[in-house]
Design a protein around this ligand. Structure first.
Ligand SMILES: [Zn+2]
Length: 360
C-alpha cells in the first residue's frame, strides 16, 4: 500500500522499512495468521525512540517538559525563581529542571535535544538569553556554555516565534500568506511570518511591542527599566492586581486568568477599557505597518468574547485597510501545543536525520 501511494517498488519499501526497524524507529508486528501465504505485518511508529527536553517560561515560572516525537508531553517539572534571581541562580534552577525532566524518559528513549523557548531579548546564533523583564538581574546568560556538558545539542528560539511557526504549520499557511501573532498576557509581544518563515526567527529579536513608549506621562515603572511602556498599562503583571480589586479572586497567572476572564463582563471595567483602547490602537497600527492577511490573538484577555469582538470590529473598520482584503482574525489555542511543535519540529528533524544515517 505504501508503495502504491509513493510509487516505489516493494523491494525498496522492505529495505527502507528494514532500516527503520533496525534503528527501532518503527516496530514491526506480524500477527499469527491462519491463512497460507505471506503474512501481513503491522508497522507502528515508535514515538518514544527519542525525545527532547523543552524549557519555556510561563508567567514567573520556568517549565521543563520531556516531549516525545509525537509532541506529547510525558512529564513536566516547574521552578519559580524569585524576580531577584541572577545568572547563577537561574543556571542552578534550569540545570535541576532539565535533569528532573529527563528522568521522565522511559528506558530506551534517547534525549536528542534541549530546546529553550524563551521570552525577552535573545541572541539565537550565540545561544544567549540576553534580557528578560521577569528576571531583570539576569544578563547575557550563555545557554550553550551553561548546559552544553549535559550532552544533547542546545537549541534556542523566541517563544512567540515558536508559537507562530507551530500555528503556520498546523494551519498550513500558504507561501505568500502573511500572519501576525499578538500575545496579550503576562507580557505583550508579537511575531510576524510570511508563509511559514517567521521574520527574524534566526536572530531572536523582533516586535518588542510591550515596551513601546506610550508617552502618556503617567510615570509608571516598567520591568524593563524604562517608564510608561505599553506593558505598564495593559500587561497582566501590571493590571492584574488592579483587576483583582474589581473582580475578587481573579487569578494572576495566564492559564487560570484565561478561564475566569472568559466568563466575566469586562467592558465596563475602567482598567480593561483603558488597556483595551491601547491594545486596539496598537494592533490597528501594526496592521498598517505589516498588512497581515491573518491576525492571531493569544493570551488570557482575548479569550473573553466581548474583547475578541472588539478586535474583530476594530480591524474591520481600520480606515487605511478598507481598500484591501479583510484581515482574518482568530484566537490561538490556550494550551501551548503550537509553541511546543513550532520549537521542536526543527530539532526533531535534525535528530531523526542523524539517527537514520547512523550505522547499525
Ligand atoms: Zn518596558
Amino acid at each position: 500500500m505504501i508503495g502504491r501511494e509513493l510509487g516505489i517498488r516493494s523491494t525498496t519499501i522492505s529495505d527502507l522499512v528494514g532500516q527503520l526497524v533496525a534503528r527501532d524507529l518503527v516496530h514491526e508486528n506480524t500477527p499469527r495468521s491462519r491463512t497460507k501465504g505471506r503474512p501481513t505485518s503491522i508497522l507502528s511508529f515508535n514515538a518514544q525512540r527519542l525525545g527532547a527536553v523543552y524549557v519555556t517560561v510561563t508567567d514567573q515560572s520556568l517549565v521543563a517538559s520531556a516531549v516525545d516525537l509525537n509532541m506529547r508531553t510525558i512529564g513536566q517539572v516547574i521552578a519559580n525563581p524569585p524576580p531577584e534571581a541572577d545568572n547563577n541562580n537561574l543556571v542552578q534552577s534550569l540545570r535541576q529542571l532539565i535533569k528532573d525532566a529527563a528522568r521522565y524518559f522511559p528506558p530506551g528513549m534517547e534525549n536528542g535535544a534541549i530546546v529553550f523557548s524563551l521570552s525577552g531579548l535573545l541572541d539565537v546564533p550565540g545561544k544567549i538569553w540576553c534580557v528578560s523583564s521577569r528576571w531583570p538581574r539576569m544578563r547575557n546568560l550563555d545557554l550553550g556554555q551553561a548546559f552544553g556538558d549535559l550532552g544533547p545539542k542546545i537549541w534556542l528560539i523566541r517563544n512567540l516565534d515558536a508559537e507562530l511557526t507551530g500555528i503556520s504549520q498546523a494551519e498550513q499557511h500558504g507561501e505568500e500568506e502573511t500572519s501576525l501573532l499578538l500575545h496579550w498576557g503576562h507580557g505583550i509581544g508579537a511575531a510576524y511570518a510570511v508563509g511559514r518563515e517567521v521574520v527574524n526567527r534566526n536572530r531572536g529579536r523582533f516586535c518588542e511591542i510591550g515596551h513601546w513608549m506610550l508617552g502618556n506621562g503617567q510615570n509608571r515603572q516598567c520591568t524593563c527599566g524604562n517608564k510608561d511602556c505599553l506593558e505598564t498599562v495593559a500587561a497582566l503583571w501590571a493590571i492584574g492586581p488592579r483587576l483583582a480589586e474589581e473582580f475578587p479572586g481573579l487569578p494572576q497567572n495566564e492559564r487560570e486568568a484565561a478561564i475566569t476572564l472568559a466568563r466575566l463582563d469586562l467592558l465596563d471595567s475602567p482598567v480593561i477599557k483603558s488597556a483595551l483602547s491601547d491594545m486596539l490602537r496598537l494592533t490597528a497600527n501594526l496592521c498598517r505597518l505589516l498588512f497581515p492577511d491573518r491576525v492571531v490573538l493569544t493570551g488570557p484577555f482575548v479569550q473573553n468574547p466581548d474583547i475578541f469582538r472588539k478586535f474583530v470590529d476594530t480591524l474591520a473598520v481600520a480606515p487605511m485597510l478598507r481598500s484591501v482584503d479583510k484581515v482574518r482574525v482568530s484566537t490561538g489555542d490556550a494550551h501551548q501545543s503550537a509553541e511546543v511543535s513550532g520549537a521542536l519540529s526543527g530539532p526533531f528533524e535534525e535528530c531523526l536525520a542523524a539517527l537514520v544515517s547512523r550505522e547499525v
